[in-house]
Design a protein around this ligand. Structure first.
Ligand code: ATP
Ligand code: MG
Length: 540
C-alpha cells in the first residue's frame, strides 16, 4: 500500500482507501453481502436489521440444515476414514468420537439457543506421532466428510512472522469467512493447528523449543481455546474499522462485531520428536522399568507416546494452562513396510492413483505389478518419512518415464521388479524398441511445425523427404524435440521470406536437406537471388 521507496504513511493510506470507497459509490463491506444479514451476534442477540435477499437466505438454510441433520455416529466416521487412512485405529476412534460430540452439541445449540450459554467442556484434541503417518490427512478427511468450516494452519507461521497477538485471531476470522460470514455457524467450526511442537518454549527441560515467541503464541492460543471475543476486523483492517464507525454514526448504536470462541473445536498436532525420550527418562526415574535397555526403536517410541502425561508436555516447553485445554490425547503409530504396501493397494486416494492419472493425461496406461508394489513399500520404509516416503520412491523411479514417454508413441508400460532395478535403462530400452514408430511421431511433428508456421506467417514450407530425414536424425542425435529444433532453425525465416514475397509474390518454399544443414546461409542465398531477379527484370 505504500509507495515503493517511502516508508508507509498511514494517512496517505487512509486517504487512498476513502477515495476508493467514494469511487465505488458505496462503503465496501469487507465481509461481503451477508455481513449485515442474519449473522447472529456472539451474544446470541438477533441482528439489528435484516437486509438479506431470499437466495442468500436459502443458502444459509442449506448449511444450517446440514448441521441440524448431523446424524453420523462415531463408527460411521471411523468407517469413512478407513477408506482413506490405513491403520491409526486409535486416532480414528478418538477423532470420530470428538467430532460426533462436537456436532451433536452444535445441533442442540441450533435447536435451543439457551444451550449456547450453558457450560460445555470442549473435547479439544492433541494428535501426536512421527512424520508422515496421517495426522493431517485424518483431519482433512474428516473435514471433507462433515463439510463444516474448517481452518488449518501451521503453528510455525505465528512465531515466524513475529506477530504474536493479532495473528492467531486470524484463524477465527478465517472461519467466519469460510462460513460465508455467518458468525453463528463459524463459532461451531474446527481449527486445526499443525506443528504445534514447534511453539514449545525454548530453555525448558524439553528441547523442542525454537524461540521465545513460542510462549507468547501459546498464551494467545490459550485464550482462543478457552473463551474469548475475537473482533471480526483485525487491527490492520482499516476499511472494516471505518465501516463499523460509519455504521455507528448512521444507526446511532454500535453493533457488536465479534465472535465468541467458546464452541470452536481445536485440534492440534505435532511430531514431538524428542518427547518419547523424555517420557522414557521419566518412566525410568520413577523406576517403572521402562526402556531400561534404552532401545529407542520406532515402535517403542510410539508406545512411549501413548504414555505421555501433562507433565511431559510441560517439561517439553508448554504452558500448563495450554496443555490443560487439550484433554484428548492420542498418538498415531509409525507405519511399517506392510502398512505402506496397504496404502498403495487399498487406500482410496493413494499416490499410485495420482501417478496413474498423470500418465492418463498423456494417453498412457500405467500399471504396476504386485512385486514392484512390495519393493516400493520396502524402499519407502527405509526413507523413514512415513507415507511420504512412497512419494519420494515413486518419483525417483518414474521421473524418466514421465519425462520421456509423453513425447513418444508409447501408450502403455508396466512397472515390475526388473524395471525397478534400473529404471533409466528400462526407459532407454523402451525407447529403442519404439524407435521405428518414434520416427513416425517425429515425422508428424515436422508436419505440425509446417502447419504452425503457415498459420503464423502465411508461408508454406514444403519439407522434402531428405529434409525430414535430416531433421529426424538431428533430433535423435541431439536429443532435442522436432519443435525445438525447427524453432531454432527457422527462427528468422519469416523476415527473409517476407522480403522475397515482396519481390516475387512467392509464398511456398521448398525445404531441402541443405536448408536443414545451413538454414541461415540458404535463406540469405534465396533473398539475394530474389533481388538479382529484380535487377535483371528492371534491366529488361
Ligand atoms: N495412514 C495413512 N494411510 C494412507 N495414507 C497416508 C497415511 N499416512 C499418510 N498418508 C499419506 O501421506 C501424506 C502425508 O501424511 P500427513 O500429511 O498426514 O502426515 P503427518 O502425519 O501430518 O506428518 P507431519 O508430522 O510431517 O505433518 C498424506 O497426504 C497421505 O497421502
Ligand atoms: Mg502434518
Amino acid at each position: 500500500m505504500s509507495k515503493d521507496n517511502d516508508p508507509p504513511n498511514p494517512l496517505e493510506d487512509l486517504q487512498k482507501q476513502i477515495q476508493e470507497m467514494l469511487r465505488r459509490g458505496q462503503i465496501p463491506n469487507p465481509f461481503g453481502p451477508q455481513a449485515g444479514g442474519p449473522g447472529v451476534s456472539a451474544s446470541g442477540a438477533p441482528p439489528a436489521q435484516n437486509e438479506t435477499a431470499d437466495d442468500e437466505e436459502s443458502e444459509r438454510d442449506a448449511v444450517l440444515r446440514r448441521i441440524r441433520d448431523f446424524s453420523l455416529r462415531p463408527r460411521e466416521i471411523r468407517d469413512y476414514l478407513d477408506r482413506f487412512v490405513i491403520r491409526q485405529d486409535e486416532a480414528k476412534k478418538v477423532i470420530s468420537v470428538a467430532i460426533c460430540d462436537h456436532y451433536n452439541h452444535v445441533r442442540r445449540c441450533l435447536e435451543d439457543a439457551r444451550l449456547r450459554e450453558k457450560e460445555y467442556a470442549k473435547q479439544n484434541i492433541i494428535l501426536l506421532g512421527p512424520t508422515g503417518v496421517g495426522k493431517t490427512y485424518l483431519m482433512r478427511c474428516v473435514a471433507k466428510l462433515v463439510g463444516v468450516p474448517f481452518v488449518k494452519a501451521d503453528a510455525t507461521k505465528f512465531s515466524e512472522t513475529g506477530y504474536v497477538g493479532g495473528d492467531v485471531e486470524d484463524l477465527v476470522r478465517e472461519l467466519v469467512r469460510l462460513a460465508d460470514n455467518d458468525v453463528e455457524l463459524a463459532q461451531y467450526g474446527i481449527i486445526y493447528i499443525d506443528e504445534i511442537d514447534k511453539i514449545a518454549a525454548a530453555g525448558s527441560a524439553g528441547t523442542g523449543g525454537r524461540d521465545v515467541s513460542g510462549r507468547g503464541v501459546q498464551i494467545n492460543l490459550l485464550k482462543l481455546m478457552e473463551e474469548t471475543e475475537v473482533s471480526l476486523h483485525s487491527q490492520t483492517d482499516l476499511l472494516g474499522q471505518m465501516q463499523a464507525m460509519m455504521e455507528m454514526q448512521r444507526s446511532g448504536k454500535a453493533r457488536r462485531r465479534t465472535i465468541n470462541t467458546r464452541h470452536i473445536l481445536f485440534i492440534v498436532s505435532g511430531a514431538f520428536d524428542k518427547l518419547p525420550e523424555q517420557v522414557r527418562r521419566r518412566l525410568m526415574s520413577s523406576r517403572l522399568g521402562f526402556g531400561a535397555t534404552g532401545g529407542g526403536s520406532e515402535v517403542e517410541d510410539a508406545e512411549l507416546l501413548t504414555r505421555v502425561q501433562s507433565s511431559d508436555f510441560i517439561d517439553y516447553g508448554f504452558e500448563p494452562e495450554f496443555i490443560g485445554r487439550l484433554p484428548v490425547r492420542v498418538a498415531c503409530r509409525p507405519l511399517d513396510a506392510d502398512d505402506l504396501e496397504s496404502i498403495l493397494l487399498q487406500a482410496e486416494g493413494s499416490i499410485l492413483n495420482q501417478y496413474r492419472a498423470d500418465f492418463t493425461g498423456y494417453g498412457i496406461d500405467f500399471s504396476i505389478d504386485r512385486a514392484a508394489i512390495s519393493e516400493v513399500a520396502r524402499r519407502a520404509y527405509e526413507e523413514k518419512t512415513g507415507a511420504r516416503g512412497l512419494m519420494t520412491v515413486l518419483e525417483r523411479l518414474l521421473r524418466d518415464f514421465k519425462f520421456e514417454l509423453p513425447s513418444t508413441s508409447i501408450k502403455s508400460f508396466s512397472l515390475d521388479a526388473r524395471i525397478m532395478e534400473d529404471p533409466r535403462g528400462a526407459v532407454r530400452e523402451l525407447l529403442k524398441a519404439n524407435a521405428s514408430s518414434q520416427r513416425e511421431v517425429l515425422r508428424k511433428e515436422v508436419e505440425s511445425f509446417a502447419e504452425r508456421f503457415h498459420s503464423q506467417h502465411n508461408f508454406r514450407l514444403d519439407f522434402d523427404e531428405a529434409a525430414v530425414e535430416a531433421l529426424i536424425e538431428e533430433s535423435l542425435r541431439r536429443d532435442k524435440t522436432i519443435r525445438g529444433l525447427c524453432e531454432e532453425k527457422f527462427h528468422d525465416f519469416h523476415h527473409g521470406l517476407t522480403l522475397i514475397h515482396r519481390q516475387r509474390q512467392q509464398d511456398r518454399f521448398a525445404i531441402s536437406a541443405a536448408v536443414i544443414a545451413n538454414p541461415d546461409q540458404e535463406l540469405s542465398k534465396w533473398v539475394m537471388e530474389s533481388f538479382k531477379d529484380l535487377r535483371e527484370g528492371g534491366a529488361d
